[in-house]
Design a protein around this ligand. Structure first.
Ligand code: SF4
Length: 409
């Protein structure tokens, strides 16, 4: 079995296709939407069809990366949850079936007999317990090891549960699998984040795939959707904003004001509130809302207050800047817009982190959640997603019903 984030997969993607972006361009000529969706559809029955389970390595890689390409259109949506759940279950099943991690992935290596003193092995693996079945002996065997530098960021259990020696944590198959899952989920998110940047260059195949995935996700998570309502747009969660947006909200000095308020804050707040997962880049406000109420009564006051906190206050100094705000919201240069005006100019999308760092480095003070993030909006979507996942897990622990969510971050 080839791990899609392992060394073997990397060699194929780089060596034979010239990189992930190149691979995504050629995937539609190798596979079709139906074949890709077969990787997901079995979730309803829970039975993985033989042809999906046993598919050859390269086809597996192509269909998996096809799904990643589709998710670039909506990172942290239900579609991502669905694909992640199906992928973790599919790869876990293959690992369990083969009885081992097939290659060294995520730094998880095979441990040799001689690395652990016999006395320790006897205690930990209970090698003197004659009554243990072969199956139980296999379960207790410390067959894997992983360097602590890779282990600690992923492990959320107690260190007392783990045998540590010479800078390595030694793991049973069950623990190695647990670690693999966490690492897989992180790599999965990282890949979707990276592809988010190039989504406009992807062939139409991926948009169609994304739409088909959306139908499956709505069906699969219908209980969750019923409970949460439409999670696509909702009240703003200021506590989950990225550092750059929080700095802009607090008011900034004169050299930064126009960029922080008109470019970053206006785009970020409007997309985050009205259309967090825009279906396409040229979306208009009127595609997302039926009136200007939220924009006028909720978003604009936040922008104006942030402008007033600047030194000197932005809109006192430059009253015409309000027209520029509407312009960036896609209504053209006006201070009295109607919904119908939306589309008169482009509704500016939040700039990528690299642009913010280049144009207004003082705004970018990354925190640990900024790792692997390419755009402030995906930072926010990721935090919302993690929050909702924590909420679901809490409810499940309380015994209430909820959609099953894979993973334990
Ligand atoms: S890394 Fe990106 S999201 Fe984080 S503070 Fe910098 S610009 Fe904002």
């Amino acid at each position: 079995m080839l791990d899609p984030f392992g060394e073997g997969a990397r060699r194929i993607i780089e060596g034979e296709f010239g990189g992930v972006e190149e691979l995504l361009k050629v995937i539609p000529s190798y596979t079709g939407l139906d074949e890709v969706l077969e990787r997901i559809k079995w979730l309803e029955s829970g039975e993985v069809p033989e042809e999906v389970l046993e598919v050859d390595d390269v086809r597996d890689l192509l269909t998996f990366y096809a799904l990643l390409g589709a998710l670039a259109f909506s990172p942290y949506g239900l579609e991502m949850e669905l694909v992640k759940e199906a992928s973790v279950r599919l790869y876990s099943l293959r690992i369990e079936k083969s009885g081992a991690l097939a290659e060294e992935v995520h730094g998880i290596e095979r441990a040799s007999e001689s690395e652990i003193p016999r006395r320790d092995r006897t205690i930990l693996e209970r090698t003197n317990y004659r009554e243990l079945s072969e199956e139980e002996k296999r379960r207790l065997k410390l067959a894997y090891k992983v360097h602590l530098s890779r282990f600690l960021p992923l492990w959320d259990g107690s260190l007392k549960e783990v045998y540590i020696r010479g800078g390595y944590a030694y793991l049973t198959m069950e623990d190695a699998l647990k670690l693999w899952k966490r690492s897989f989920e992180r790599n999965f998110e990282r890949a979707v984040n990276l592809l988010y940047e190039v989504r406009d260059e992807l062939p139409n195949f991926y948009r169609e795939l994304y739409e088909r995935l959306g139908q499956l996700a709505r069906e699969h998570f219908k209980e969750k959707i019923k409970k949460l309502g439409n999670a696509k747009a909702g009240p703003l969660r200021f506590d989950l904003f990225p550092p750059c947006v929080k700095i802009a909200l607090g008011g900034v000095p004169s050299g930064l004001r126009n960029y922080a308020i008109t470019v970053l804050l206006t785009s970020f707040l409007s997309y985050a509130r009205l259309c967090p997962n825009p279906p396409r880049r040229d979306v208009r406000v009127k595609d997302c809302v039926e009136s200007l109420d939220v924009l006028e009564k909720e978003i604009l006051p936040i922008i104006i207050e942030a402008g007033n906190r600047c030194k000197p206050p932005l809109f006192e100094d430059q009253p015409h800047e309000i027209k520029n705000i509407w312009y960036h919201l896609g209504f053209g240069l006006t201070d009295k817009p109607t919904l119908e005006d939306s589309g008169n100019s482009t509704w500016y999308f939040p700039p990528n982190c690299s642009k913010i760092r280049a144009n207004a480095p003082e705004l970018c003070k990354p925190d640990r959640d900024c790792r692997n993030i390419k755009n402030p909006l995906t930072y926010y979507l990721r935090k919302l997603y993690l929050e909702s996942r924590r909420g679901n897990q809490g409810e499940e622990q309380d015994g209430s019903e909820g959609a099953e969510v894979t993973g334990d971050e």
